[in-house]
Write a protein that binds this ligand. Structure first.
Ligand code: CP
Length: 318
């Protein structure tokens, strides 16, 4: 594995899931793999789980992890080629990324979208510029459009939890929120579940909240949440802002929030959310504090997914 920015960087999803679950059983089995190597984790946006789980994963492999909160501690970076830097940006990624490439063996980056210009965000300019100029493997810690470490974790969690021999029914449901949020988690979850191909996958959202077909193609899509939830084994809850008329909030009807009453329609479904979650807006207290929620397990599994990815990169890049 050279980089890890989407599902396309993974040859075999089941094999990397198995690797993550093996690390969960034996976290220190490869404790010397990353000896004398460093991962630089650059955060252009806030994080709790991604930051800590990546750091722990690297340390489990004997690797030093250095966290750099670029947005609050670093120079403002410019990403456009041929930019005339007479505004607020101080350093071009062309100059900064090669330096990171000398300091680190792997570069991991979080860069959220602006939600102002769809073409710009979906071009993934920021992460592509780091790949172009750093000269070392790059791992996405959530980019403008995708969150692959989260999605790998989600399949790890589903695999670990679902014990039946049949395919699970997995429902991705939109939920209300007070702010326009990126489509990253919904896009990425759809991309990975479709590529995995081992589930009956249904996506439900209000009208005008379609995600990009690039990621959802292959899933059943409905605006009827109750119909979607019927017999579900897993319900993945997430808000996202509109994709077509980009970055807007059209709908905030609390009826879209998952409750215990709605859970009765499901097959006693496990409820997932990547966190952070707005309680009683996106997800009800009764669900989050109830027996069906597996959000803490899911968040804890971020370590093993990150460890599997870093390990693959270390092994393939010497
Ligand atoms: N799920 C997730 O990426 O969490 P953080 O934003 O806290 O890293």
């Amino acid at each position: 594995m050279k980089n890890f920015v989407s599902v396309h960087d993974v040859n075999d999803i089941d094999s990397i899931v198995a690797k993550a679950l093996a690390y969960k059983k034996n976290p220190f089995v490869d404790k010397t793999l990353g000896q004398n190597k460093r991962i630089g984790c650059l955060f252009l946006n806030p994080s709790m789980r991604t930051r800590l789980s990546t750091q722990i994963a690297a340390q489990n492999l004997g690797m030093e992890a250095i966290i750099f909160n670029v947005s609050s501690e670093g120079w403002a970076l410019e990403f456009e080629e041929e930019a005339i830097m007479s505004g607020v940006t101080v350093e071009h990624v062309k100059d900064a990324a090669p330096v990171f490439g000398k300091y680190f063996d792997i570069l991991a980056i979080r860069t959220f979208p602006s939600l102002k210009n769809k073409e710009d965000d979906y071009s993934e300019l920021y992460i592509k510029q780091f790949i172009k100029y750093a000269g070392i493997p790059v791992v996405s810690l959530e980019s403008a459009t995708l969150h692959p470490l989260q999605s790998l974790t989600d399949i790890v969690t589903i695999t670990e939890t679902f014990k039946e021999t049949r395919k699970p029914k997995i429902v991705l449901t939109w939920a209300p929120h007070v702010k326009p949020l990126p489509q990253c988690v919904g896009n990425s979850f759809s991309q990975w579940i479709n590529a995995w191909g081992k589930a009956d996958f249904v996506i439900t959202h209000p009208e005008d909240y379609d995600l990009s077909e690039e990621y959802t193609k292959g899933a059943t899509i409905t605006h009827n949440q109750n119909e979607a939830l019927k017999d579900a084994d897993f319900v993945y809850v997430k808000n996202w802002s509109t994709f077509k008329d980009y970055g807007k909030i059209y709908e905030s009807d609390p009826k879209w929030m998952l409750t215990n009453k709605k859970l009765e329609i499901t097959n006693n479904a496990k409820v997932m959310h990547c966190l952070p979650v707005r309680r009683n807006v996106e997800l009800s207290d009764e669900i989050l504090d109830g027996p069906n929620s597996i959000v803490t397990l899911e968040a804890s599994n971020r370590v093993w997914a990150a460890q599997a990815v870093i390990s693959e990169i270390l092994k393939s890049n010497g």
